[in-house]
Design a protein around this ligand. Sequence first.
Ligand SMILES: CC(=O)N[C@H]1[C@@H](OP(=O)(O)OP(=O)(O)OC[C@H]2O[C@@H](n3ccc(=O)[nH]c3=O)[C@H](O)[C@@H]2O)O[C@H](CO)[C@@H](O)[C@@H]1O
Ligand SMILES: C=C(OP(=O)(O)O)C(=O)O
Length: 424
Amino acid sequence: MDYLKIKKADSLHGEIKISGAKNASLPLIAMSILAKNRVSIKNLPHVVDINTLLKLLSNLGAKCSSTWTKNENITTIDTSCLSETKATYDIVRTMRASILVLGPILARFRHCEVSLPGGCAIGQRPVDLHLKALEQMGAVINIEAGYIHATAPNGLKGCNIIFDKITVTGTANIVMAAALADGVTTITNAAREPEVVQLCEILNASGVKIEGIATAVLTIHGTSGKLLNIDDFTIIPDRIEAGTYLCAAAITKSKLTLTDVNAKHLGAVLSKLEEMGNKFTITDNTITIHPAKSLKPAKITTQEYPAFPTDMQAQFLVLATQAKGTSIIEEKLFENRFMHVSELQRMGADVSLNGNVATINGKSKLSGTDVMATDLRASSALVLAGLVAEGITNVHRIYHLDRGYDSLEEKLQNVGAEIKRLKE
Ligand SMILES: CC(=O)N[C@H]1[C@@H](OP(=O)(O)OP(=O)(O)OC[C@H]2O[C@@H](n3ccc(=O)[nH]c3=O)[C@H](O)[C@@H]2O)O[C@H](CO)[C@@H](O)[C@@H]1O
Ligand SMILES: C=C(OP(=O)(O)O)C(=O)O
């Protein structure tokens, strides 16, 4: 198993190129199931979750091929030969987002089996809202032996869906199912994350009329089973990766420039970093951070986009340990997303937890030690802690990190960090 060895960084300098967004790529790869042509995708991030979903599609019979060069990567997916409709446990258990194939397979083949993804380190994460919406569209769903068995013998029918809660992959799944359904589907309380917006825009450009894109009410005009012609497209920049490197700059008091980034997707993150005393120079595709001399504390509540993202909570919690004063972070989306706290306490952070609220008293002197990553963003938070902790920090179980960060250690090394991947 690999681990990361990190030495306290004096200061970082230079540029970091932001990769394509994992959370945009996953639904867009699943979307290829709706295509009649070979789909060509640029800028997929080179991360394990993408390989996992491509493997899942290959197991179903799709032909996937990727070319990765230093400056460009292109993946093509041909689902014309898809023969299987079962997403098995061995793959789904490694990545919850595999549930994203349910909507498109059911819409195209009228039956589908997907292993129930189950919970994960950050919480229970049920998929009841996905299933309820598909049932409203006419699917018959049974859960047997850990699998979702879904059939729609007469095809899916457009209807009015009101999500009880905003769900990102739930919205993506139902948008894809509705794309091939008979008639019009309206989704109320839809997710508005930029990753969902990109999915809707591409479907809209491929002959599925979608109204209300980027709003909480989406109206999708289905094609009655007609497969789509999907043009080449490029994945949007990863706003969470970008936010993580902005935290790396802020915590080490370094001026860094991010390239290939979209600041418009980072509104709440930039605004909290500004409140903490950092400043920015922004262009169409770059963000330069001018770090605070002394970080101020913050009050943060995680919520659905456009509010502050839960996927940035762990990184800001580490930043808060270096602010002068008391910060409060409330986690509203996932009941168990504070697993990094106990590891940070071992490094010397003064954090107390009360239910879903963390109180962080800064500024703490952190000391490097061996720490264990428990989920994807907890992993990058521990890397950030390692950049400011005295001595050496070894972050173990980085298979979590590899799910979603493209070349993290190489990107940090390029701006002067001393970070190495080693074998246990
Ligand atoms: C691959 C991907 O894009 N992952 C993101 C997606 O996860 P994901 O799409 O799994 O998260 P959701 O938006 O669905 O979850 C939001 C909340 O709704 C609950 N819920 C969801 C579905 C459901 O059927 N029933 C239910 O109760 C969840 O437990 C959670 O409390 O959005 C999360 C919230 O921004 C992010 O942290 C993840 O990085
Ligand atoms: C929680 C995340 O991903 P997933 O939904 O794939 O677990 C994440 O990207 O932070």
